[in-house]
Write a protein that binds this ligand. Structure first.
Ligand code: DQA
Length: 145
């Protein structure tokens, strides 16, 4: 069995496609999941793709990935800007975590410039739309092999 990358998505990402397409693009989360599965297959990893609007659920999934996954690609959505609990969860596991965002958070409102989880992750990718997910999976593959 191939090893697995968890791809975790935070709040409001279930609304992609309808949600501010000028910022986030026209692809739905299901479209992005399909892209991730294709890329995972190319890289030799299974993809466990999930989305939640609830901070505690995301914390539980980070813990679960710590014992099941080879790595985590996470788009934390707005919780990335606020969640000390997710920061602590990432620090509590030893598998590599890559933070990603569709939009360039540094080119947007001031309150998006700060990531609470960035100091706890291996690296951060933002600004490439759905391709940010592909870049994050490749970064994980590169540091895992
Ligand atoms: C986002 C950026 C966040 O600031 C925002 O709250 C999101 C999406 C992105 O992918 O660009 O929900 O994480």
């Amino acid at each position: 069995m191939a090893s697995t990358f968890f791809v975790l998505n935070g709040p409001n990402l279930n609304m992609l496609g309808k949600r501010e397409p000028g910022i986030y693009g026209g692809q739905t989360l299901a479209d992005i999941e399909a892209l991730c599965r294709d890329e995972g297959a190319k890289l030799g990893f299974d993809i466990d793709f999930r989305q939640s609007n609830h901070e505690g659920t995301l914390v539980d999934w980070i813990h679960e990935a710590g014992s099941k996954a080879a790595g985590i690609a996470i788009n934390p959505g707005a919780y990335g800007h606020t969640s000390i609990a997710m920061h602590d969860a990432i620090r509590s596991i030893s598998v590599p975590v890559v933070e990603l965002h569709l939009s360039n958070i540094h080119a947007r409102e001031e309150f998006r410039h700060k990531s609470m989880i960035a100091p706890a992750v291996k690296g951060v990718i933002c600004g490439f739309g759905a391709h940010s997910y592909i870049l994050a999976l490749n970064a994980l593959s590169n540091i895992t092999k």
